[in-house]
Write a protein that binds this ligand. Structure first.
Ligand code: TRP
Length: 478
């Protein structure tokens, strides 16, 4: 058997795919929304510090371990020892969970994109509902399922094409396009009267949120940390997987800096599109998915005829960003199974494997597509509703109640920090930072900042991750 596992065609292609994985709903919706809810500048400051101390370090660790072993998350851990298999298993499982709700949201984005396209063509795109369309759509189960399936179909079609002919090809065109569309929207919004208040909310130093009894320092810290892991696609082995397809000639350290930098720039740019728009049109920016679907639709409506075009461009951009992220999640699972087959001496069938995981994610995503994002009285009750709690009652007040939130809690709240913690402890204390250094120096350049990385792997990352778990426990019991 000589199965060719595949490789990125160029470093640029790899970067576009990796940045594409990182840039997604997390940047365009999560970032402005969490920033709006957690005190603006204070959130940004903590986010940047965490990215430097934890994000970049785990990014390097994942990419290096992936390239060193030439395997996805499960294979990578197994090549060190059988006893780490559970980390790989948790990663793939969390990836599948995220993929499932991510494609539900991606499907909704697709529906809005189609809606604006219809409006441009002179048709009624939103069933006459205007900015009430979200509520209508959430209870229109046929559409929810249709667009969920459609989004998953696009994802699986690209992953079936393989690393260089599928993912890389798509991301190399899509990501530059995304950048220019975003730039255009930012400039357009900047000229709307009243936009300036949005910028000052983002960039004027203000730490008053720390003394807010509802949020406080730990609240901001926890939100920023969760956002950073999610936005950089860390902790479940997406970057291990992408790193495993990278040639030994490429400079890992440089790539490690570029990915978080690009991700942060796009997050800031999204903030600079969304927040000034909210400020200009007087809508609140601290409201999760509602921001993406209701607030922004209100804004596009108030822009007049040009609003349809801007609306279409905006949802097209979000669509691109979410596809390049969902393919990385499906690739995580696909690579896991491909490596497993190779290790058993079998010849894996990428097409079959990716379809199988897509199907699994479709099944897992059904409740997330049919619970109306926890709005109540939906076809499928939300998790706590199922346990007999009244919607809006006490008992589950620590998080929003929907299948989407529940899956996200498992993935973002538990598996991702746990995965990152295990990786940094293993690199810092068991395998030693040398293995990262040796892997990075294969491309002929000297490893820069050994002491910094060593110190971070050993102490900084584990301590910060423990603090994250502490902040989460405070949430439950505090
Ligand atoms: N980073 C993406 C976003 O911001 C989502 C994503 C893709 C992700 N792959 C991941 C999140 C792996 C966590 C882990 O939308």
């Amino acid at each position: 058997m000589d199965y060719k596992r595949g490789q990125w065609g160029s470093n640029f292609g790899f970067l576009m795919a990796a940045v594409g994985s990182a840039v997604g709903l997390g940047n365009i919706v999560g970032f402005p929304y969490k920033m709006g809810k957690n005190g603006g500048f204070a959130f940004l400051a903590i986010y940047l510090i965490l990215t430097a101390l934890v994000g970049i370090v785990i990014m390097l660790g994942e990419l290096a371990i992936g390239r060193k072993t030439g395997k996805g998350i499960m294979g990578a851990y197994l090549s060190f020892s059988k006893k780490y298999a559970w980390i790989g298993f948790l990663g793939v499982f969390a990836g599948l969970l995220i993929l499932s709700f991510y494609c539900v949201l991606g499907g909704m984005v697709t529906r809005y994109m189609v809606g604006y396209l219809m409006q441009i063509l002179g048709m009624e795109g939103f069933a006459g509902q205007g900015s009430n369309f979200l509520e209508y759509l959430l209870y229109d189960y046929d559409s929810m399922l249709l667009y969920f399936f459609l989004f998953m179909a696009v994802t699986v079609a690209i992953v079936m094409g393989g690393i260089d002919k599928g993912i890389e090809k798509f991301a190399s065109v899509a990501m530059p396009a995304l950048f220019f569309i975003l730039l255009f929207i930012i400039v357009y919004i900047a000229f709307q009267p009243g936009a300036a208040a949005g910028y000052s909310f983002m960039f004027k130093p203000d730490f008053s949120v720390f003394s807010d009894p509802e949020i406080g320092f730990w609240g901001v810290f926890k939100a920023a940390a969760g956002q950073m892991f999610f936005s950089l696609s860390l902790g479940i082995g997406c970057m291990i997987t992408y790193g495993s397809y990278l040639s030994k000639n490429e400079n890992l350290q440089k790539n490690t800096i570029i990915i978080p930098l690009a991700d942060t720039i796009i997050a800031l740019m999204s903030g600079m599109a969304v927040m000034p728009a909210c400020a200009a049109f007087g809508v609140a920016y601290n409201k999760g998915p509602v921001l993406l679907f209701v607030s922004l639709q209100t804004i596009f409506e108030n822009m007049g005829t040009f609003g349809n075009l801007i609306g279409f461009m905006f949802y097209f951009l979000v669509f691109i960003a979410s596809v390049t992220s969902s393919i990385s999640l499906l690739e995580l699972c696909t690579t896991f199974q491909i490596d497993l087959a190779i290790s058993k001496g079998k010849n894996p069938n990428r097409k079959k494997i990716s379809c199988m995981f897509a199907l699994l994610a479709l099944i897992l995503g059904l409740p997330a597509a049919l619970d109306a994002l926890g709005s109540g009285n939906a076809l499928i009750p939300a998790p706590f509703e199922l346990l007999g709690y009244e919607m809006g009652g006490a008992g589950y007040a620590m998080w929003n109640d929907s299948w989407y939130d529940f899956y996200d809690l498992i993935a973002e709240g538990i598996v991702m920090p746990l995965g990152a913690l295990s990786l940094s402890v293993l690199i810092g204390w068991v395998w030693k930072t040398e293995i990262i250094k040796n892997e990075c120096e294969l491309s002929g350049n000297r490893f820069i900042g050994y002491r910094y990385y060593n110190f971070c792997f050993k102490f900084v990352v584990p301590i910060i991750l423990s603090l994250i778990f502490y902040a989460q426990l405070l949430d439950f019991f505090g």
